[in-house]
Each structure stands twice: as C-alpha cells, then as structure tokens.
Design a protein around this ligand. Structure first.
Ligand code: AN7
Length: 355
C-alpha cells in the first residue's frame, strides 16, 4: 500500500491538541532527515559516539518554525481569527507569512530593522506579509506585538502561543522514530528558548508513553553576546553575528531552565568565532549548509566535548534549525573557499584550478 505524507499534524494528530474539526493548514512540513555525520564526529574528536544532524532547514520555508506554524495557524483558523502577528528575527516571519498566505489570513510581522538575513526578508516580502521594521531589537518588537495582540483581534503566533510548542515537539518524535530510541544528548541553539522547551516536551511525552527508554540531556547554546540565561540577567543590547538568536530576554526562559534541570543538561554559550567555525565545518565535512545560528548547536557540542562533558559510546543529536540559503551574505563573507576570477582562457583557468 502506498503511503502519502500529509504533514506533521496528520502524522502525529493523536499527540496534538487537534480534532476532526481543526482545519489543517499544512505545507507538508516535518519528516526532515536525521543525517549521520561521521566526518564531523571524527573532526570533533568524539570517542566512539554516533553523531546525527537533524536538518530542520529542509522544512518548506527553510526552518523549524514551520513545525510550530502549521499548528498555530490551523488553530487560529479554527478559532475564527482573520489575522496573525509576530515579532521575529526572520524565520518566524517567513514561516508565519507563508502559512498566512496558504490559509488566507492577514499577516503582520515586526522585525528589527537591519538585523534580519536577506533570505528571510525576501520570503516575507514574497508571501505578502505586512512588514514593519522597527528601530529596536527583537525583545522590543515582542513587547509591541504582545500589546497589539491584546488590544486588536489579531492572533499572536510567537512561541508564547502554546500551539507553536506543540507543533515543534514533533521533531523529537521523528528523532526517536529514526533512531529507535531517544539519543543520550541533544544539542540545540537557544534564542527565545521555545525550541528547547518543545524538544524537551516531545522527548518527555514519548518517554512517559514508553516509546523511548530515556530523556536526552538537553544541551542548549546561546550566543555569547546574547546569553541572558547563562548570565542570569536580561541583555539590553544583544549582539551576535547569528542574528536569528540575537535575543536578550528569552520568552521561555524558565521553561528552558526546567528542560535543562530535569534532563541533567546544560545551557551555555558560544562565541561568534566558535559559531562561524562550526558553520564552516558542517558544510565542508558533511555537505550540509545551515545558517550561522543553527551552527550554535554543533559549536556547543565542540565546546562540551572539550570540557569533557560528552561521554564515550553515546548517541548525540544536534538540530540544524535553519537553511544556509537564508543568509547568503554571511556565507559569502565567511566562505570556505573563494572565487577565482579569470579571463575565459583555458591556460588561465587551469592555472587557477591549481593543476
Ligand atoms: C535558525 O524567527 O526567534 O530558541 O523570530 O531562527 O526557539 O527562539 C528565531 C529563532 C534557532 C532559536 N535557530 O530558537 C525568530 C526567532 C534559528 C532561528 C533559533 C531561531 P528559539
């Protein structure tokens, strides 16, 4: 019998707060590949560990946000909403705009002017969202949209919307299905802290249902210049090259600490240099192009391994949250190789090939 994939709500509906009446808005998100990364594991110097990358940049709009957005938008339509709104460092706005286009809802996005990657901005523009670029950062934009969604009939689709977390937890289910069990460690970037919250929820729920034998240690990584949870205080002017996680007051702060504590994991931070190094290593050794923020998971793994926090003979997963094509400017700036410009002359070309 043939099996046709219908998106993650259909796939996992018995684990999600949906009913027969929920009008499912789907772009066939989810079911992203879990790719074994042997070259990277050996470059990092992991001892007899199996390393897998959950490449969530292969979702329909190029990031994990689609997992949450299919739920948030389906439930918004079910509730009779006519419009949605979010603050975003880029990926949420691209995803919200796409699902709004699919469902016919109006979409408003607030972004920090000048601090979102070009691919993400181009997506929001093409999907037809109303885009408002403020002279403030993500945290200030989030305060604004919270206020607006309280005073106007517009549904908030940031990860404070619980349906977002519900949709995003399905990534953990997919990992357990692919591995046949939960991993020992799960590494993940932390920005607003919604995704680490969602993964922990997914891993916990299936552990309770005995679909896995353990809950992985949740290993979350902020960028050093935006490391509010690590430092224990709100960062008023967050700064990092990884603009997706340029967030100084994470909305799911306590929930992320809970995930860390209940799983015996850690929340730490990585420098921009460590992020760029991991970003290049992933592409160069595995042929997988993620955006800089996503590489915070692998940068975290490298740091944790160097600190002796990663045990031998274990199974490790890292989420790559967004596609590298989102941010062509940083790829070109930090490219592993450079472009050789030559005349269209065979001798010149061969010389440049270094042969
Ligand atoms: C590629 O789009 O916050 O810790 O507004 O785009 O759940 O916030 C993006 C976050 C990691 C952090 N990797 O996830 C937004 C936004 C990528 C991201 C994160 C984001 P959370």
């Amino acid at each position: 019998m043939s099996y046709k994939y219908k998106g993650l709500i259909e796939e996992y509906k018995s684990y999600l707060p949906v009913s027969e009446k929920t009008p499912v808005v789907s772009l066939l998100e989810g079911k992203t590949p879990l790719i074994e990364a042997k070259n990277l594991a050996s470059k990092i110097g992991l001892k007899n560990c199996k390393l897998y990358l959950k490449y969530d940049g292969l979702n329909p709009t190029g990031s994990f946000k689609d997992r949450g957005m299919t739920m948030a938008v389906s439930k918004a339509v079910e509730d009779g909403a006519k419009a949605i709104i979010c603050a975003s460092t880029g990926n949420t706005s691209a995803s919200a705009a796409a699902y709004a286009a699919k469902s016919g809802l109006k979409c408003y996005v607030l972004i920090p002017d000048g601090y979102i990657a070009m691919g993400k901005l181009s997506q929001a523009m093409m999907y037809g969202a109303c885009i408002i670029a403020i002279d403030g950062n993500f945290d200030e934009a989030l305060e604004m949209v919270l206020d607006i969604s309280k005073n106007y009939p517009i549904k908030l689709v940031n990860s404070l919307n619980p349906y977002r977390i519900e949709g995003q937890k399905t990534a953990s289910f997919e990992i357990i299905e692919d591995l046949g069990d939960a991993p020992d460690y799960h590494f993940i970037p932390v920005g607003n802290a919604g995704n680490i919250t969602a993964y922990f929820k997914g891993f916990s729920e299936w552990y309770e249902l005995k679909k896995s034998t353990k809950i992985p240690k949740m290993m979350g990584y902020e960028a050093l210049g935006a490391a509010a949870i690590v430092k224990g205080e709100r960062i008023l002017k967050p700064e990092t090259i990884a603009t997706a996680i340029r967030i100084g007051n994470p909305a799911s702060w306590e929930k992320a600490e809970n995930a860390r504590d209940k799983s015996n994991g850690t929340i730490d931070c990585v420098t921009d240099d460590e992020i760029i190094n991991a970003y290049k290593m992933i592409a160069q050794n595995e042929g997988i192009f993620c955006e800089p923020s996503s590489a915070a998971s692998v940068a975290g793994l490298i740091k944790a391994n160097n600190m002796g926090l990663v045990q031998e003979n274990t199974i490790i997963t890292c989420t790559l949250t967004g596609n590298g094509l989102k941010d062509p400017d940083n790829a070109i700036k930090y490219g592993v190789s450079q472009v050789h410009k030559t005349k269209c002359d065979i001798n010149e070309i061969v010389k440049n090939m270094g042969i």
